[in-house]
Design a protein around this ligand. Sequence first.
Ligand code: F0G
Length: 454
Amino acid sequence: EPIPMEMHKVKIVQQLHLLPTARRLEKMQRAGFNTFQLHNGDIFLDMLTDSGVNAMSDLQQSAMLRADDAYAGSETFFRMRDKLEELFGMPFCLPAHQGRACENILATRFVKPDSCVIMNYHFTTAKAHITRLGGRVEELVRAEGLVSKSDLPFKGNIDLEALETCILRETPANVPFVRLEAGTNLIGGQPISFANMQAATDICRRHGVLTVLDASLLQDNLYFIKTREKEMQSLSVREITRKIADLFDIIYFSARKFGFARGGAILVRDEALFHSMEDLVPMFEGFLTYGGMSVKEMEAMTVGFEESMDMDVISQGPQFIDYCVDRLSEYGIPVITPGGGLGAHIDVKEFLPHVPQTEYSACALACALYICGGIRGMERGTLSEERERDGSERIASMELLRLAFPRRVFTLSQTEYVIDRVKWLFDHRDLVGGLRFVHEPATLRFFTGVLEPT
Ligand code: F0G
């Protein structure tokens, strides 16, 4: 088993603090047993997310200095748009302040009451924008994608037969678009193969249904296509990127997730399609040449996209995650395998069999890991679901604790510390009980919910 190697060196550091256990318990009580409500200064290793907390390169930082600030017509925007067109072949770019803003624009433009948006798997904000407008989401990831222990390389793949059946059942006119999510977040950062994207978009094209790629986690997905999909191994990352982009009508991304600090955008090939969404950008985001982003972050993105074409850059996340997943797995800890992108994912149904999902077991485990190690992870399970329309609890098909690996942030010794603390928690899992709501928000309740031990 090779040890992952940091292909970069540290230039600027941020001091970390490890509070004593008793203080961490106090902080967790004050946070309402919700890791989103902790203060970052009370956290040793923040593995909540990779969103907006990735390390920047020296070249990104220096590019920020030449940012051209203008309300309209910023040169920075045109540099970014040109880079995106060079890599994705899509000439039209609608900038937005982050990924969910793109989702808002797409849903506002395309979703009507009772529309059915088909996905390999939903993402929380993507779904919330669709259901906000009365639409429905149909998730057609292949059944094997939801099996936590596996050696299948592309667990994010959509079930092609089910996709076609669903389009016919709904009728193409009632399917505003099919959304494929690269590096499928909520099932453990699992990639989609190029072959699956190609076949799925073929089906959509035959039925005249629009195709949308959520490319937020494309960096990881590119790495996995390059290393796991035989037919693609002779191609460069740049060539693979272009071949993927050529399959879709629309690509959008959260730049926060793509590996950068802020921002997002929708890319479109067709001019009429672009104009049909254009007016929503100044309405919700800002003028068409910044869309709520600062020019500094746009310059950093432009450089970052180019750096994403380098395997030594995009391999870092997946290789550290793989190392962590392998060590935990060897110890008998239930984790999603094979290791995906984004982070290591613990299968909480098996880690805490004595805590029912209705008591938000993944959230409970996240709280326990903070108390026992000062590590902040994120619940990705029942708490992250929305209640059904009748108010009943929607039990998540996967109950996960995610330990995100922001890109190029943590070292191997910090990774070893995480492994050590998770092992300790596994050996003492009887100490962990369930949670219930004290205050339950109506939507996206994992962000602001307040809980207490049952
Ligand atoms: N799509 C995917 C696949 C995402 O993972 C996210 C965000 C979004 C869209 C929304 O983008 O946050 O910029 O508005 N994922 C973050 C996470 C929040 O931590 O998993 P955003």
